[in-house]
Design a protein. Sequence first.
Length: 292
Amino acid sequence: MRMTVPTLSTWKVAEGTHKPLVMVTTYDYTFAKLAEAAGIDILLVGDSLGMVIQGQSSTLPVTLEEVIYHTRCVSRGASRALVVADMPFLSYQISETHAIEAAGRLIKEGGAAAVKLEGGESIAPTVRRLVNLDIPVMGHIGMTPQSIHRMGGYKVQGRASATGAGSADHIMRDAKALEDAGAFCVVIECVPQDLATAITKELSIPTIGIGAGTDCDGQVLVSYDLLGFQTSEHRPKFVKQFARLGQAVIDAFATYADEVRTKTFPSSAECYGDDGSTPALSRVDKKSISNG
Ligand code: KIV
């Protein structure tokens, strides 16, 4: 059965009728198919693509065109999961008209069923406007990567010592403002567990946590992180690697390179004969080829 916005908007785990929602980021057709085959509920085309696909140091340079392109690729691979597209930096902050045009393109050209915006009280009027136009909105509060310069880095928000926009009170107000504006779901990123638990209890829409403890209505991770594509030791505390695909890919590339250089690949099994048969083994005597 296809996951839809109405189904998702009432998904509250504490009421005992639902298991936690599972969301991962995907950026292309093949990964969308694989995530669906694994039963993932929501595919987020995150602006994290700026970092894991493009090699940028933040999400800020990502453009609307780029997110539309990746959303289109993911939508082609998704027949059951809900596809949500991230609205990149400055695609919704300049004016409500800008936001409507950008969100509309993500739905119309990208094939997304919903868009995600970072921020709370300050963007609530924009969220209301989009929702009134039947563009479903997922909110994103706490540590919001597009605000990296205000926050002074990727830092946990909502701690007891925090003031201003990063304080627990402010983040709770952000959550309520998004719900009031009609968001169907809210991502909470990198806040103390108690704050995420309190927000999850306060809201009637589901919360999806990333570095936000155990009590949210769902969890999200960047797929490249959870699959272990990063081979460096340094990673955020909230990331668990469920596989070590980075090393597996390096090993596969190295074996391929070795087989090409030693002329073990292609073997006769991978070659065509004139008549459709497998051709006889190579002209070159393999034993005579050295590794150098
Ligand atoms: O861009 C992204 O990948 C995200 C998730 C980390 C929630 O916003």
